[in-house]
Ligand binder design. Structure first.
Ligand code: N01
Length: 547
């Protein structure tokens, strides 16, 4: 709560949803549709969530637009026309605004207030949620649709507050147009956000200096407008496409090459890599079925990607610096670019390898590294997020029996099915740790989890259940399973945000569920069919029923 603000009663609800992104909008829609008194609370002035804030130049999705869109309403699906293969941030935001209006959701949201705390009252099994606008909402159930990549990482680089020029964060980009014309621009960070914005900024700025600590693999998007014929075909194929996505590994209809590398000769292998490369983007990380499991297969994919980078980048030393050496390809999210590597052939672009010359400090005039000083007018941080847990742990959440979220997740996030946390009854996460979330199409994963949670709440209502809590042993078992499945792959080898390695002091735990969207969905279905095994449901009479 901001100092000096007064708590005003702000209503009592059945369901309070935090966030107005893809997950939050759908959660409010579904909860209202199921007859609950529902309200959404959102920090931004409008809908969009992640897609509200990340409006940096070049921001676009790396999942094809026809897949990265709601599937719950066929009329919505059929009436919305995506103009490009990969939608830009403005188009995705326009889509979410359209959805909010079409389903009348805006009046059910309170914007411009950030949730600061949530307290569970064991006496009446109700949460009190406070915001920085000085409000207190009471709700029986809370759904945290707070996003996986929504808590910006602002690294504590010495001298950062001394810089006298313009400072920008890709994850909190201003709404007004930013001009780089005639400016000396520096950008820290070469993940997806940096890699998307760098080519565009380079075209406008007088000079662009890219401060790279770790190179990432990037595959061209091969983005293009969708033709009218394609639009017609998409409509005809949508039901089948959605059916295949619903139980797929990653929430899209794409499949790996039908054979392993060991069943084919080199020519066929290279052709398969080439074909997948031309499809564009992150899919290259899964060209062959065992590519993120078997280091030898992964090495073949790395060699292929390395040759592609070398074929574009003219300067040998720059190419060396741009080629990742520290992780198997695909174990950090592959970036999807439009002209990234070619940008380093421009005269006005310089790559600074921070492994060779680390940043010593930021000064009034720019950046000092252990070797050079770089004078800048504008400094951009494309430094990522406290992913998956940050948006939850930045809220002061206190559950039953004195449980605090910071302690409960101090050794890494513990969840049951990635949706429920022992010690925090009646609280649910969407696309949280322990769920497929960032490893799948997050629109479909959000729909699936919201449906599951709202069905659970409706089941509770019909059975007089007022309190739902994940059992500690079922959460420990699920979290162990999440970890065990991850360690069957090469993913834990990378210092990625999937394991929290980008945040100093964060416990290294592989957070998303890598067992596949379809397998996860089936598990959730079985838990429901079995009467919510792994949860304790407490009826209004006060009788608990352990399942
Ligand atoms: O963040 P990141 P992002 N000094 O964490 C560097 C999704 N996304 O916003 O790797 C110097 O990947 C850091 O260096 P290092 C997508 O899932 C999707 O780019 O820690 N550098 C790294 O280079 C993606 O994976 C889309 O050594 C510092 C960079 O900052 C995820 O969001 C677009 C530093 C951060 O990269 C996150 O992407 C955008 C420091 N102190 C995002 N601290 C698409 O759909 C950090 N870095 C295409």
């Amino acid at each position: 709560m901001k100092n000096g603000t007064t708590v005003v009663p702000s209503g009592t609800y059945d369901v309070l949803v935090v966030g107005a992104g893809f997950a939050g909008l759908y959660a409010v829609h579904r909860a209202l549709g199921a007859g609950f008194r529902a309200i959404g609370v959102e920090a931004a002035p409008g809908v969009g969530g992640t897609w509200y804030w990340n409006r940096y130049p070049g921001a676009r999705c790396d999942v094809e637009s026809i897949d990265y869109s709601y599937s719950f309403d066929e009329e919505l699906q059929d009436s919305w026309v995506w103009s490009e293969r990969y939608a830009t941030q403005p188009e995705i935001l326009a889509y979410l605004e359209h959805v909010a209006d079409r389903f009348g959701l805006r009046p059910h949201f309170r914007f411009d207030r950030r949730v600061e705390s949530a307290r569970f009252d064991e006496g009446d099994a109700t949460w009190t949620v406070t915001t920085d606008a000085g409000e207190a909402y009471r709700a029986r159930f809370v759904v945290l649709a707070t996003g996986s990549l929504s808590a910006p990482n602002k690294p504590p680089i010495p001298g950062a507050d001394r810089f006298a020029g313009e400072v920008l964060f890709t994850a909190q980009w201003p709404r007004e147009k930013v001009s780089f014309a005639g400016k000396r621009v520096g950008i820290i960070g070469t993940g997806s956000s940096g890699i998307q914005s760098i080519p565009i900024i380079a075209e406008e700025a007088a000079s662009l200096t890219v401060f790279q600590r770790s190179p990432n693999y990037s595959v061209p998007a091969f983005n293009r407008p969708l033709t009218e014929d394609e639009q017609v075909r998409v409509r005809a194929e949508y039901p089948e496409r959605r059916r295949r996505s619903a139980y797929s590994g990653a929430g899209t209809p794409h499949e790996t090459y039908p054979k392993t590398v060991f069943e084919i000769d080199e020519a066929e292998r290279l052709a398969a890599f080439e074909a997948r490369w031309k499809e564009g983007g992150v899919l290259f990380g899964k060209t062959f079925p065992d590519q993120t499991v078997d280091e030898a297969v992964n090495k073949m994919a790395r060699d292929f990607a390395e040759a592609k980078i070398r074929a574009i980048v003219a300067d040998q030393r720059t190419a060396d610096d741009l080629i990742p050496v520290d992780h198997p390809i695909g174990t950090k999210r592959i970036c999807t670019d439009s002209g990234y590597y070619a940008t380093f052939n421009r005269e006005n672009v310089t790559l600074v390898n921070l492994r060779r010359e680390p940043i010593v400090s930021i000064t009034e005039r720019g950046i000092e590294t252990g070797g050079s000083s770089y004078e800048l007018d504008t400094l951009i941080y494309a430094t990522g997020f406290d992913a998956m847990t940050g948006a939850v742990t930045r809220i002061d959440i206190r559950g039953a029996r004195g449980a605090r979220i910071g302690d409960a997740w101090g050794e890494g996030p513990v969840t049951y099915l990635g949706m429920a946390i022992p010690g925090f009854p009646n609280l649910f996460t969407v696309n949280g740790p322990g769920s497929p979330s960032v490893l799948a199409n997050m629109v479909l994963t959000a729909e699936q989890q919201v449906d599951w949670v709202v069905d659970l709440l409706a089941d509770c209502r019909s059975r007089g259940v007022t309190e739902v809590e994940a059992r500690a042993d079922s959460a420990a078992k699920w979290t162990g399973h999440v970890d065990e499945v991850a360690h069957r792959t090469l993913f834990p080898k990378a210092d990625s945000w999937y394991v929290g390695a980008n945040i100093e002091g964060k416990r290294r735990v592989f957070m998303p569920y890598i067992g596949g969207f379809g397998a996860y969905r089936r598990t959730c279905e079985q838990v429901r069919a079995g009467g919510y095994e792994g949860f304790v449901l407490t009826a209004r009479s006060g009788e608990g029923a352990s399942r």
